[in-house]
Design a protein around this ligand. Structure first.
Ligand code: NAP
Ligand code: G4F
Length: 352
């Protein structure tokens, strides 16, 4: 029988790529989504997944909805990707971020503990945990010193995942993923903001690109490769915590320089900075050491910095080319897909 996976946050960058990956592996894929006034299914539509998955309404703040999502899907594996994932916003909404990213993960752990111990759980942990870095490169053993409400919320989730594993023998693993990007990255994150900005400038739709801290350094990888790591972590013979990273680090300025040069432009002519995009406290430098996952599980990223920038620039150029020819963007079209049939499926299941 096909394995079943429940992905919280299936409408996000990683959720969409992971759904695609698991479907190719033969999984039956369930994913949670939030009701919103403007539908947000563009990534699932972009990857042509809407008719291949089952959507279940749930919010990480709502225990009842999470319990229902787990009961309905009866998953072998849960990938907890849902989060208020934007570090900058966590300074504006620290309590909400704690509720969703920290307590939300704990709700899932509690549900698994109460319902069925042999559901495997992947927790989306993050290199943001390192904050003010204590050593470079960062490994699973590097001390965490978080620098944002987002990071402290994720630290709560990280430790509860470990604690439930040790205290209750749950198969619960943390992937400490360093930044990973793609053409499906949200526009608020710096890489996509840059590649989208470059493409718009090239199409005369924008004159400048206003950024914040250009000196921050990140270890940027390619998202489709990182979702494969999530799956591999859950196929490992024991639950554990793993760093996923490329081992390279580059500054925001270098990313901008590379992206503009791919469009035959000089970033110095277009990039401005404004305090508006600076955070009260930032993470200066991230560079991961992914030797543990390579040696124990065999995961290793292939796409490195220059290739990643090229992939993202190409995709955004193509989108704005289509736009200038009058074609719709994929995110202009989506509506709630088959909502009635999703709900009917719930009712049928509950009545059985
Ligand atoms: P993303 O694109 O921002 O997606 C976040 C997902 O969480 C979306 O589906 C969003 O739904 C959902 N969500 C937000 N609040 C929710 C709530 N209250 N209840 C239920 N769902 C909620 O993030 P991503 O880049 O795919 O990242 C996936 C996960 O990995 C996140 O937990 C993130 O913190 C973590 N992470 C990401 C990276 C990275 O570089 N991408 C690195 C390390 C860790 P809507 O579509 O409705 O907003
Ligand atoms: O793209 P960012 O917003 O990503 P950040 O803060 O590193 O967080 C991402 O990666 C984490 C993993 O380490 C995830 F856990 C998290 O969910 C998210 O996916 O910012 C990257 C850097 C920061 O130092 C920021 O200050 O870029 C700097 N930056 C400079 N100008 C900017 C901008 N960031 C944004 N978003 N917008 C700017 O204009």
């Amino acid at each position: 029988m096909a394995k079943k996976a429940l992905i919280t946050g299936i409408t996000g960058q990683d959720g969409a790529y992971l759904a695609d990956f698991l479907l190719r592996k033969g999984y039956k894929v369930y994913g949670t989504y939030r009701r919103s006034s403007t539908p947000n299914f563009w990534r699932l539509q972009y990857l042509n997944l809407l008719n291949k998955i089952t959507l279940v309404p749930a919010d990480m703040a709502d225990m009842a909805s999470l319990l229902e999502a787990v009961t309905i899907s009866e998953p072998d594996e849960i990938y907890n990707l849902a989060a208020q994932s934007y570090v900058g916003a966590s300074f504006d909404q620290p309590l909400l971020t704690t509720e969703i990213d920290g307590s939300g993960a704990t709700r899932l752990l509690e549900i698994i503990r109460h319902l069925k111990k042999d559901i495997k759980l992947y927790q989306a942990s993050t290199s943001e945990l390192y904050g003010t870095i204590q050593e470079t490169p960062q490994t699973e053993k590097t001390q965490f010193k978080p620098n944002s409400p987002y990071a402290t919320a994720k630290l709560l989730a990280f430790h509860n995942t470990r604690i439930y594993r040790e205290a209750y023998n749950l198969f619960a693993s943390n992937g400490i993923l360093f930044n990973h990007e793609s053409p499906l990255r949200g526009l608020e994150f710096v890489t996509r903001k840059i590649t989208n900005g470059v493409a718009r400038i090239k199409h005369n739709l924008q004159k400048e690109l206003v950024l914040g801290n250009l000196e921050a350094k990140r270890d940027w990888g390619f998202a489709p490769e990182y979702v494969e790591a999530m799956w591999m972590i859950l196929q490992h013979d024991k639950p554990d915590d793993f760093v996923c990273a490329t081992g390279e680090t580059h500054s925001v300025k270098e990313f901008a320089e590379e992206a503009f040069s791919l469009a035959n432009l000089n970033y110095k002519d277009f990039v401005k900075t404004d305090k508006l995009f600076m955070r009260p406290k930032d993470v200066d430098l991230l560079r991961g050491d992914a030797r543990k996952i390579k040696e124990q599980i065999g995961w290793e990223p292939k796409v490195k910095f220059k290739e990643l920038v090229k992939i993202m620039i190409k995709a955004d150029m193509e989108r704005w080319d289509k736009f200038s020819k009058g074609e719709l963007f994929p995110w202009d079209a989506p509506n709630y897909p088959n909502e009635i049939s999703v709900l009917k499926r719930h009712i049928k299941k509950i009545r059985l």
